[in-house]
Design a protein around this ligand. Structure first.
Ligand code: GLU
Length: 508
């Protein structure tokens, strides 16, 4: 079979993109691209009760932001949602006539039937079955209505749905590329609704009709759709169509192996992006949720993923969404950026945390002074080692933008005391005062200060600890040499001396 590989992502517009949805989209994308095929975006919005204003735009934008490029489907151009491709419309609510036509075909061929049972009857039936501890399903009351009875009911204007007439015996086998063969007894399947009374199709009818008409060769989707798949296969049979191949993807789990939920952390892709996870890192991380390349490689570019992705290496068991691993990966991608690139990405966070403001092309620090591009780049460089998400910058670098506030006690190193600390700080202040501007470089400072420490018979900690705290106000921060070089670059020597003087004053 030389059919072109065509996959699709078919989300319902919920108002956000779940990380599990991104994983589905990514795998479908990688599989298509690995096979020189096409990737389609179709929006499944047949559940009118769940309509959310702006949700489709949001979805399209987030796929764009994350860099998943589809070949066909819905796009936004000049602020408008438009369809592109030969198999549209790609919005299910615009395909109602198509579904109606195909539902009628199924009725004509005896694979579906009109059902006039109202909500009240169905509710009573459900209660009865529950009381008897039976599976709740439709009892097929309308399955054998004669043509005439159906016509009479229609003429009377009775409301109806169209149900799938599931074969009463036999088996349906789902051949899944991940889960292998799954056998279903037809008698265990419900005569589910295909067309609702509001004229909209259900997911089951729409997905089959669309995947067929859009010539989808491989349906790649979450494990939760496995129980629906035998019904879909029976529909393909009823239409006399060849079914696509199916690949279901394992569930995403929390660390405690419960189903990934909002309660235990973020699940929306946009939340990760806005916290400052780089899209390359997110893609890399998501690709490894359920796909095992079976090598030691952990860092993958999109191109490498496309080259190596293979459905046979997708696991059946659930995969843990381990935020610590994401943090580790994101830090690796952050460190790959140049100081200038990272600075550009950090500026919006510095602004949103109120550490700097933008004034035309200039940036002003919280202390009112103008800060240079070089200064911001130096901060980016120092922090890149430790950042696992860009938004963390907000809590880390306040001291670069205003004099730090802190409790004087923390100036005293654990093996030192007040007298020693004052003495050490005073001498360090005098020492730094005498250095020339050219000497305010981390490597030079490190040598000079270490020499100064040994000449005075100090311990490293008794000098470097209070020095660092006086500059940063923090018990944990980058080393004092880098801080001094950066502050010097930003504001000159005076700023450094002033901070040491302020510390000494606090110790009085
Ligand atoms: N609209 C379904 C969803 O929201 C798509 C399932 C499928 O891919 O068949 O997940």
């Amino acid at each position: 079979m030389n059919q072109e590989v065509r996959t699709r992502f078919a989300p319902s517009p919920t108002g956000y993109l779940h990380v599990g949805g991104l994983r589905t989209a990514l795998f479908a994308y990688l599989f298509a691209k690995h096979n020189q095929g096409k990737f389609v975006l179709r929006i499944e919005d047949t559940d009118q009760a769940r309509f959310i204003e702006g949700a489709i735009e949001k979805l399209i934008n987030i796929l764009n932001d994350i860099g998943l490029k589809y070949d066909e489907g819905l796009f936004i151009e000049n602020g408008k949602i438009i369809g592109k491709g030969e198999h549209g419309p790609y919005l299910q609510s615009q395909r109602k006539e198509i579904y109606k036509e195909y539902a009628e075909k199924l009725v004509a061929s005896g694979n579906a039937y009109y059902c006039f049972c109202d909500e009240k009857r169905l509710e009573e039936l459900r209660k009865e079955q529950e009381a008897l501890k039976q599976p709740t399903r439709y009892d097929r009351k309308c399955r054998n209505l004669s043509k005439e009875d159906v016509q009479t009911n229609l003429n009377q204007g009775l409301g109806y749905v169209i149900r799938q007439a599931i074969p009463l015996d036999g088996q349906t086998i789902v051949k899944d590329l991940v889960y292998k063969d799954i056998v279903w007894e037809n008698k265990a399947l419900d005569d589910q609704v295909l067309m609702k009374s509001d004229g909209f199709p259900t997911y089951h009818l729409a997905v089959v009709v669309d995947d067929h008409l859009m010539q989808i060769s491989h349906v790649i989707r979450g494990e939760e759709w496995i129980p629906s798949t035998p019904k879909h296969i029976l529909l393909y049979k009823a239409f006399d169509w060849q079914a696509p191949q199916f690949a279901h993807l394992p569930l995403l789990l929390n660390k405690d192996r419960s189903k990934l939920s909002k309660r235990q952390g973020d699940v929306a892709v946009e939340d990760y992006l806005s916290k400052g996870y780089l899209k390359e890192a997110l893609i890399n991380f998501i690709a490894l949720l359920g796909w095992n390349p079976k090598t030691d490689q952990e860092i993958f570019s999109m191109q490498e993923l496309i080259e190596q992705f293979d459905l046979t290496k997708v696991n059946k068991s659930g995969s843990i969404f381990d935020v610590e691993k994401l943090n580790w990966l994101n830090n690796i991608y952050i460190r790959k950026l140049s100081a200038s690139e990272l600075k550009d990405l950090l500026i919006p966070y510095l602004i949103s945390f109120g550490l700097i403001t933008e004034d035309g092309k200039k940036h002003l620090a919280k202390n009112g002074k103008e800060v240079s591009v070089e200064f911001l780049e130096a901060i980016a460089k120092i922090e890149s080692e430790r950042l696992s998400a860009l938004s963390e910058i907000g809590e880390r670098v306040n001291y670069f933008f205003e004099q730090p506030k802190y409790l004087p006690e923390i100036l005293i190193w654990k093996k030192s005391d007040l007298g020693q600390t004052k003495n050490a700080l005073k001498k360090t202040l005098d020492f730094l005062e005498k250095l020339s501007d050219a000497e305010f470089k981390a490597a030079v400072l490190e040598n000079k200060l270490k020499e100064f420490i040994s000449q005075n018979g100090f311990d490293n900690g008794s000098v470097l600890w209070p020095l660092r705290v006086a500059l940063s106000g923090l018990e944990k921060s980058p080393n004092p040499f880098e801080i001094i070089e950066t502050l010097h670059l930003g504001y000159g020597k005076f700023e450094i001396l002033q901070r040491l003087e302020a510390a000494l004053k606090m110790l009085e």
